[in-house]
Design a protein around this ligand. Structure first.
Ligand code: ADP
Ligand code: MG
Length: 289
């Protein structure tokens, strides 16, 4: 299946593609990375000075977004008429019980899936109206994504794993080296560049995945249960790192979690889903920052 995705590199909607699989943990790294390849097109020159957005600008806006799945005669309203506006530099936690539509909503915002109806405005465009190629560009240039299961390529070193999105985006070799070093330093793994993922702890693997998500300098970082495979102390250190990245880079972070105490400690805003709907949404004044 990953090979088929390679051939059809601009049409990667993993969850739609794998109708029989419901968990995002089934996504392979190749889906995520190859989905961002736009062949025969050099990435736009990196803007070394860019900051992800001013305080008041809107990072992403959802207007009556729905995503329904049809299975035989029944229709599942995974996301049901959700409207939400997220400002630049917010750290939003999406909470809710299992099956409430959190991952589906995150994947829609990340351009990994398309809504059945509604508009998703990000980077000045409506994602629902983008061509497959434009959506691949959005995934490559505007967003970074981190998953519960890390999704690192086991045969590659840390350096190679983090470098991969840059190679796929055809960034020059010298620029790649600088950016990989910068990303690995940000997650404090610059001394481990030659190691393979199996030689690292779970927390270190997730930090590598965060470095890989940051290496293209995205405006929005999406994380789906980033602490789900980690013990609570390691999970907290990952959230500390995300909060640090949020404030030092001015990044917008949108994170799915079911660990409410962690969300309350770190996120600036809590949005709670139930049955595909947004049940509540509000600022979290108790957050650390
Ligand atoms: P959460 O992340 O909150 O656990 P999901 O977004 O994964 O929830 O799923 C929401 C609902 O949509 C669930 O009922 C799930 O079974 C269903 N669903 C998710 N993906 C698919 C799919 N590809 N095909 C059919 N149903 C799906
Ligand atoms: Mg989920």
């Amino acid at each position: 299946m990953p090979c088929a995705l390679f051939a059809e590199n601009t049409r990667v909607y993993p969850r739609a593609h794998f109708q029989d699989q419901t968990a995002e943990s089934k996504l392979r790294p190749t889906h995520l990375l190859l989905g961002n390849v736009v062949f025969s097109e050099r990435a736009s020159k990196p803007d070394m000075t860019s900051t992800p957005g001013s305080l008041d600008s809107t990072a992403i806006q959802l207007d009556r977004v729905s995503r329904h799945y049809t299975l035989g005669a029944s229709s599942i309203r995974a996301v049901d008429d959700v409207s939400l506006s997220i400002r630049s530099r917010e750290f939003v936690a999406l909470l809710g019980s299992s099956g409430s539509g959190k991952s589906t909503l995150l994947n829609l915002m990340a351009g990994l899936d398309r809504p059945t109806s509604g508009a998703i405005r990000a980077d000045g465009r409506n994602l629902a109206e983008l061509s497959s190629l434009e959506l691949a560009r959005y995934r490559r240039n505007t967003v970074g994504m981190v998953f519960q299961s890390f999704n690192l390529l086991p045969r590659m070193t840390l350096q190679e794993n983090v470098e991969l999105p840059l190679r796929l985006a055809e960034i020059d070799r010298a620029e790649r080296a600088t950016r990989v070093a910068e990303a690995l330093q940000r997650v404090r793994l610059d001394k481990r560049t030659a190691h393979r993922p199996s030689e690292l702890s779970g927390g270190e693997q997730q930090r590598t995945a965060i470095a890989r998500a940051l290496v293209n300098r995205p405006k929005i970082l999406f994380a789906d249960e980033p602490t789900g495979n980690l013990d609570s102390a390691t999970g907290e250190s990952i959230l500390n790192l995300l909060a640090e990245i949020q404030s030092s880079l001015g990044m917008t972070i949108i994170m799915v979690t079911h660990e409410r105490p962690l969300a309350e400690k770190f996120a600036s805003r809590l949005a709670i889903m139930g049955d595909g709907k947004l049940l509540s949404d509000g600022m979290n004044n108790g957050a650390k920052q």
